[in-house]
Structure formats: structure tokens, C-alpha cells
Ligand binder design. Sequence first.
Ligand SMILES: Nc1ncnc2c1ncn2[C@@H]1O[C@H](COP(=O)(O)OP(=O)(O)OP(=O)(O)O)[C@@H](O)[C@H]1O
Ligand SMILES: [Mg+2]
Length: 276
Amino acid sequence: MRLNTLLHATDAIHSETETAQDLRFLLGAGSPLGGARPKSAVSLADDRIAIAKFPKPDDTRNIAAGEILALTLAQQAGIQVAEHRLVSVGSQGVAVITRFDRVKNTRLPFISAASLLGLPHGEPGAYTMLADGIRQFGDDVAGDLRELWRRLIFSLLASNYDDHLRNHGFLMHQPGRWSLSPAYDLNPVPEIDRVRMSKTAITEEQQEPSLALALDAAARFGLKGTEAKKILRAVFTATSGWRKTGRQLRLKASTLDAYASAFEHPLRDEANRLLG
Ligand SMILES: Nc1ncnc2c1ncn2[C@@H]1O[C@H](COP(=O)(O)OP(=O)(O)OP(=O)(O)O)[C@@H](O)[C@H]1O
Ligand SMILES: [Mg+2]
């Protein structure tokens, strides 16, 4: 991976000091992937392809570290996640996410949840709508509904406010049927930044997100109350250990402090109460 060179090139473009060589590097390594953050395709030592997500000059915290922390916690909570690792280049972090839509040289068809539902642009959708989509187009319907509910609970407890329906996706493993892709683009959002973002609603009617509401909606995901509580407990346990996991990932105390309000918040207290 030429992360150093690519990082230098993206920094140079943002500060408008790029050279022809910087541009050539990005042009050569660039990827057509969408999304808001600067990224590039990189090949790993074993020849698999990954996506490198770079910092932006106006970032107020280490976004890559937050994403890797969230992916690690989600995995601990039993969620299937994209393979990931954090590469530190000086004081900056680059999140390297292995592509899940490639099997050797072939490409698995991928669509976003927004495409699966045919959501018009600007229409936010809701988790229950996605559950109905899985019922209609899914391959392992029961398994994916359970997995989606687990992701919904994770998004509440880890303050993943970036959970719009292009950040959920589906892969075609079986002709004509869609399966949830591994989870990607999970971002814990500290309280200060939440005002600018709108989280995907639990149901079509929901205003304020709460765990009680998620539990009430569990039947739409094919879950009995006891199964739902078991999932809630697993996600609660994993996300409660966020600081320890962060330390194990060797994240700096100041980096972790910037994420504290994404994990310590009233919804966590609510989960604690519901679990008794
Ligand atoms: N591991 C992966 N394998 C294949 N495709 C992926 C993978 N991760 C992300 N993608 C695709 O690339 C797009 C952009 O990636 P990602 O969502 O991580 O970037 P972003 O810039 O953080 O997006 P956003 O605008 O939502 O903040 C995704 O919407 C998805 O379609
Ligand atoms: Mg995204």
C-alpha cells in the first residue's frame, strides 16, 4: 500500500498545493466509490482490494479511529462487519476496509438499502421499512431480520447517527435474492455533532428514538421479547466496554475522550434499566 503517498496527495489537494505527481497518484489509485469522505482503492499484501478512508482537514477528531472502534465493538456485539484495520501515519489515522463485494476476481452484485426499497432521493426511510424489504427480497429472511435489529440496537447504543439507508447494503449471493452485506461506515457521533444529523427512524411513525420503542418494534423483525432482550444485552455489554476496547486498539486517551458522549448517554441508561 502506498498510504503515505496517497495521504500526502489528498492533504496537498485540500491545501491547494498539489503537484502533478500528487494528482497522478490519486488518479491511478482512485475509486469510483461514493460517500462523503476522501477515499481510495488500495491493494493489500494478499492482493485483495480494500478501501482506504482518509482524514479531512476540517475533522475535529480522529474519524478513522472512531470508525475502527465502532466496527470492532459491533463485531464484539455479534454483528457481521467488514474486515477493517487502522493504519496510523504520523498523527493521522487511515481506516482500511477490505471490500466485501469481491470474491477472488469476481464482483458480487451490491445495492444499497435505499435502492432495495426504491426510496426517492431525500426520503429517509425507517428500519421497519427495511425489515419489510428483507421479507420481500431477502435470502435468509429470519437471519437477516435478526441481524438488522441487532444493527439497529447498536446504532442507538453507539450513537451511529450516520446510519442513512445508503450506509446499509445488500449482496446477491443467490440469484435474485438479496442478503445483508457486512456492516460498514459505522461512526460513533459525539453529542455536539448530532444536531446536524438525522438518524434513521426505528419505525415509520417514530419521532424520538428509544430502546423501549425498538423492543416494541421487535416483532416486525420476527423476534420474540426474550430473543430481543438477549440481543440487547449482548450489544449493551459490548458497547459498555468501549473504552477498554479502544485502549486495546491503542487509541490515545484524548482520541477516546472525544467519543465519550457517543457511548455514555441517556439511551445507555435506558438499556441498563430495561435489562434490570
Ligand atoms: N467494504 C466495502 N466493500 C464494498 N463496498 C463498500 C465497502 N465499504 C463501503 N462500500 C461502498 O462504498 C460507499 C462509500 O463508503 P463509505 O460509506 O464507507 O464512505 P463515506 O464517505 O464514509 O460515506 P458517507 O457519505 O455515508 O459518510 C458505501 O456507501 C458503499 O456503497
Ligand atoms: Mg457511507
